[in-house]
Design a protein around this ligand. Structure first.
Ligand code: GLU
Length: 278
């Protein structure tokens, strides 16, 4: 069986939706595969070590067993920076100085607002900034993000596809995500870059995660091609919903594992609530 992983971001307590994703990943590695847990804590402003500790405690309480030690992304920033430098050397990155408001204004003006993996697709305001001006603004301390030149990147990679266990073959279409952010001034690597790199470094063969990240997978497939990384298979699963069919969110306190544990539920009862009756 393959190597699979659960990769939570420690931005809050684990809830039933996460438990579903974690058990789904653990089952994907059974029997005889490797099950890994990775702490995705690159966003220092939103992640907290105490949430990471609580997440691991909840996973063990649920009865899951994974290979130790867990990979903790914040301990590997130099590796992400090196990958970013490789993409930069290929001429595939550009600095973007836009605030959310700048982007919203431009989208409002042009009237077109197709949605990508991380919100509205970037309308390309900074794509053609002269290099000298970009350098001057970076040197003056202005905040910026590094974006991928999606068109140039796909031209370099050639046609790409990836395989989902349920959806089958999916063709990568750069227009579906556009010039995604790969780094920010304060966060030297984005989710997309770290996930693509870590899944390869950790030998993950089957990436399982919720359908909300389906479009993001095409970005990861493109990064794998650019960085010559091995290509896993993917299985995007349904997201757990509440009784009204609404997706569970971090704010649904009653659905946190901490609340369920405090209410006296057993691990088997919580596994069943997460969609995995014994
Ligand atoms: N860290 C991401 C999250 O918590 C999941 C990443 C992944 O499974 O690829 O949403």
């Amino acid at each position: 069986m393959p190597t699979a992983r659960f990769a939570p971001s420690p931005t809050g307590p684990l809830h039933l939706g996460h438990a579903h994703a974690a058990i789904f990943a653990a089952h994907a590695a059974e029997p005889g595969g490797r099950f890994l847990v990775r702490i995705e804590d690159i966003d220092g402003a939103r992640c907290r070590p105490e949430f990471a500790t609580a997440i691991l405690d909840d996973l063990a309480w649920l009865g899951l067993d994974w290979e130790r030690p867990e990979r903790v992304q914040s301990e590997h920033m130099a590796e992400y920076r090196a990958a970013l430098a490789r993409l930069d050397a290929m001429g595939l990155l550009y600095p973007c100085f836009c605030t959310r408001a700048d982007i919203a204004r431009e989208i409002g003006r042009s009237g077109a607002a197709p949605h990508g993996t991380d919100g509205p697709i970037y309308p390309g305001i900074c794509r053609a900034l002269p290099e000298a001006e970009a350098r001057r603004r970076m040197d003056s301390g202005e905040g910026f993000a590094l974006r991928l030149r999606a068109d140039a990147a796909t031209a370099r990679s050639g046609p790409l596809a990836w395989r989902d266990e349920e959806a089958g073959e999916v063709t990568v279409d750069a227009a579906a995500f556009g010039d995604v952010v790969l780094a920010r001034k304060d966060t030297p690597a984005s989710y997309h870059l770290c996930v693509a790199l870590d899944d390869a470094l950790q030998g993950v063969e089957l990436v399982t995660r919720g359908r909300d990240l389906f479009t993001a997978t095409s970005v990861h497939r493109l990064l794998q091609a650019l960085l010559a990384l091995p290509v896993p298979r993917w299985h995007h699963h349904d997201l757990l919903t509440d009784a009204k069919g609404k997706r569970l969110a971090k704010r649904d306190r009653a659905a946190t594992l901490a609340a369920l544990r405090a209410a006296g539920k057993s691990p088997a009862a919580v596994r069943a609530l997460a969609g995995f009756p014994d």
